[in-house]
Design a protein around this ligand. Structure first.
Ligand SMILES: *Cc1c(COP(=O)(O)O)cnc(C)c1O
Length: 399
């Protein structure tokens, strides 16, 4: 049956993949900053850092203009440089790995676990034990969809092999585990406030670290390698033109306009989280009764940033792409998280033996996964419609 013959009994409805929850409160906070005359990093950003640190119990939180900037800064401060390498997963957004390349370091990839999307600690140890394991400066686990990796095992490896751990927390605010919040377990945790993330200010990020020296290095490298930040120069009585440059730094600070929005979002984080979980429960209840899909792996306390539906392709006569196109034809926004990095020409060219055959779990999950709409203000009709659409397609194409 061709896709165009697909007839639906459902009344068509548009369900966007994502829509940020922004209210008048964010508008007002932003307007206040615009009217204040101070638009870049200042009071709002400093308050946001304090509030964020408090929220997840982190000793230091440093606001940056993206998770990507934060990842580069965290890696730089923790010793990632030419001749060194990081270990991460091919199942991530490209910036996780590209950040190491920006610093002239190499990336060693470890496959994900069989049962979930998390980097496999056994595979990490295989690399650490190998001859090039001695080059590794840091392990970079990615908590896909908010589902926290096996941090207990990863921290044991870090200690055993004397390497740092930098958590990619782009999906995992606020994910809570028995070891503490995601982002406070490793040496650093890097969050994202990009437009589609669990809290957002359009673009933004936060680097959380345990150690004061690391925090100080990031603080300087965040702003041109300057020994005093712009707010300090603006407010201090000391001549504002005086500063020293102590390194060739970056320009990664978060402006107050965005921090003001982020502070309102932070206040709402638990409400937004609870709203997403209501939808997740509805999806889980419905999909666990359908034999052609698997519900995503979650642990108690996970933030549920994405709902990644896994198709059981043995039970279906269509591919993931066909299934996804049918959902789109029915007005449902979808995405695929992620295209594993070994599919990209840059990475294939850089590391010729970085192939899908070497990462069977990542490749399998990629072929089976579709992210379906999950955002706080989805209506009950929307989740019902998505469930019905999945059911209808799955039944029509059942093997
Ligand atoms: C979104 C995302 C990033 C990048 O975040 P930015 O804030 O856009 O730089 C990094 N890692 C993962 C896993 C992501 O999903």
């Amino acid at each position: 049956m061709s896709l165009s013959e697909q007839k639906t009994e459902l009344k068509k409805m548009n369900v966007p993949f994502f829509k940020a929850s922004i209210s008048e409160e964010e508008e007002q906070a932003c307007t206040n900053v615009l009217r204040s005359g101070w638009l870049t990093t200042g009071k709002e950003t400093h308050e946001f850092e304090k509030e964020f640190a408090q929220k997840i119990n982190s000793p230091f939180a440093l606001a940056v203009n993206s998770n990507t900037s934060g990842m580069i800064l965290a890696m730089e401060a923790l010793g990632v440089k030419p001749g060194k390498a990081v270990i991460t997963t091919p199942y991530t957004f490209v910036s996780t790995a590209a950040s190491a390349r920006h610093l002239g370091a190499d990336v060693y990839f470890a496959d994900i676990e069989k049962e979930n999307y998390s980097i496999d600690p056994e595979k990490i140890e295989e690399i650490l034990k190998s001859p090039h394991g001695k080059n590794v400066a840091a392990i970079v686990p990615v908590h896909i969809a908010g589902n926290v990796c096996n941090m207990k095992h990863i921290m044991e490896l870090a200690e055993k092999y004397n390497v740092k751990v930098i958590e990619d927390c782009a999906h995992s605010f606020p994910s809570k585990t028995s070891l503490g919040f995601a982002g406070t377990i490793g040496d650093a945790g890097v969050f994202s406030f990009y437009a589609t993330k669990t809290i957002t200010c359009g673009e933004g990020g936060m680097v959380c670290v345990k150690d004061k020296k690391t925090a100080e290095r990031i603080l300087q490298m965040r702003l041109h390698g300057m020994n005093r930040d712009a707010w300090d120069r603006y407010t201090s009585n000391k001549a504002s033109w005086e500063y020293d440059i102590v390194a060739s730094g970056f320009k990664s600070n978060l402006p107050d306009i965005l921090s003001a929005i982020a502070r309102v979002q932070l206040k709402k984080a638990d409400i937004l989280d609870a709203k997403r979980k209501v939808h997740v429960k509805k999806y889980n209840d419905a999909f666990s009764k359908m034999d052609f899909v698997k519900i995503p792996p979650t642990s108690e306390g996970d933030a549920c940033h994405l709902y990644i539906l896994r198709l059981d392709l043995l039970k279906l006569k269509c591919t993931r792409n066909e299934f996804a196109s049918m959902l789109q034809e029915m007005g449902i926004g979808i995405s695929v998280h992620f295209i594993p990095l070994f599919h990209f020409s840059y990475w294939k060219k850089l590391y010729p033996d970085f192939t899908k055959e070497k990462f069977p779990e990542a490749e399998k999950k990629f072929q089976e996964s579709i992210s379906i709409p999950l955002w706080p203000d989805m209506t009950e009709e929307m989740t019902k419609y998505v469930i019905q659409a999945v059911k209808e397609i799955g039944e029509k194409y059942h093997a």
